[in-house]
Design a protein around this ligand. Structure first.
Ligand SMILES: NC(=O)C1=CN([C@@H]2O[C@H](COP(=O)(O)OP(=O)(O)OC[C@H]3O[C@@H](n4cnc5c(N)ncnc54)[C@H](O)[C@@H]3O)[C@@H](O)[C@H]2O)C=CC1
Ligand SMILES: O=C([O-])CC(=O)C(=O)O
Length: 311
């Protein structure tokens, strides 16, 4: 299957590299507007193929959408990242125009593509991609929850003194410093509820650290993170391309689920060859539902800023 990644910066190049290493795509196209960068990164990755044992053909191109024709999945990472002290929401002014123009151009050559939106503010960019394109809702997926859940598992493992692979946990809601909802009530260590192993104060700190996980890395790196975001993007693509029916929290368009309509926000979904094949409506308790409603309200406020782009 052919996969395209638009934006060959930190996140896009990492998504591409992890997809190649995983070996599930036959062809991978990397596209950027910066002359030569995609071509150079594609060539550099291809020169690792015999060492890393993958057979994916990676092609780089400078803004040539004909090379992306007939892609099954298109990942959008184009746009600016935040700098220390900024919120993701502050990127909307620049990124909305970029994301809309990329979606339009992709559709000219891949009318049946499934989109995975990564550019920030991701929930609003996902809503924009859906509204601007008219593509059915199952084919527009925002990536945030996979990454946030992975960070949640990491912080839980640090608190438990174990490996993150022994921990399960999910983050829903918006992909923002204040809108994320790590579902501590459902988090487990090898099936044991973490509430039996960690005190409330420790769990509260894990939740707070998870919510600002991206901001913490931005403070350390001077730009936002890419290894975990890249791996998370590739994991979402893998579930679609391999028709894996995996349950992964993703940003999805809601039409009544969780009591919300006309908004894209993070919820657990089943991913397969049709993109979002099912939204799993988890029974939230009163406190979690309140957090979810507040998260959706914040995302809606952000979406209102799209009025001009969507005209
Ligand atoms: N949803 C999520 O979980 C995450 C989202 N992000 C977001 O992903 C985006 C990319 O981040 P980075 O890769 O770190 O930034 P970056 O600056 O390293 O790369 C962005 C790339 O997009 C390219 N670009 C800009 N306009 C373009 C256009 N019209 N067409 C094609 N390419 C274009 C740039 O030339 C650049 O190479 C940011 O908006 C960031 O906030 C980052 C991490 C996680
Ligand atoms: O923090 C950022 O701006 C980038 C991002 O979405 C993340 O790493 O979670």
């Amino acid at each position: 299957m052919k996969v395209t990644v638009v934006g060959a910066g930190n996140v896009g190049a990492t998504v591409a590299n992890v997809i190649a290493l995983k070996g599930f795509a036959s062809e991978l196209v990397l596209l950027d507007i910066k002359e030569g960068v995609s071509e150079g990164k594609a060539m550099d990755m291809m020169q690792t193929s015999h060492m890393m044992n993958f057979d994916t053909t990676i092609v780089g191109c400078t803004n040539d959408y004909s090379k992306t024709a007939d892609s099954s999945v298109v990942v959008i990472t184009s746009g600016i990242p935040r700098k220390p002290g900024m919120t993701r929401e502050q990127l909307i002014g620049t990124n909305a125009g970029i994301v809309k123009s990329v979606v339009d151009q992709v559709l000219q050559y891949s009318p049946n593509a499934i989109f995975v939106i990564i550019s920030n503010p991701m929930d609003t960019m996902t809503y924009l991609a859906l509204k601007a394109s008219g593509v059915p809702k199952n084919r527009i997926i925002g990536m945030g929850g996979m990454l946030d859940s992975s960070r949640f598992r990491y912080y839980l493992s640090q608190a438990l003194g174990c490996t993150p692979t022994d921990v399960d946990g999910m983050v829903i809601g918006g992909h923002g410093d204040k809108t994320m909802i790590p579902l501590a009530r459902f988090a487990t260590y090898k099936g044991i509820p973490v509430s039996q192993l960690l005190d409330k104060e420790t769990i509260d700190k894990v939740v707070a650290d998870t919510m600002v996980g991206g901001a913490t890395l931005t403070g350390l790196l001077g730009t936002s993170a890419w290894y975990a975001p890249g791996a998370a993007g590739a994991t979402v693509v893998e579930a679609i391309v391999t028709d894996a029916k995996k349950l992964i929290p993703c940003c999805a368009y809601l039409e009544g689920e969780y009591g919300e309509t006309d908004v894209c926000v993070g919820v657990p979904v089943v991913l397969g060859k049709n993109g979002i094949e099912k939204i799993v409506d988890v029974k939230l308790n009163e406190e979690e539902q309140k957090l979810f409603d507040a998260s959706v309200a914040a995302v809606r406020t952000m979406n209102a800023a799209l009025a001009d782009v969507l005209k």
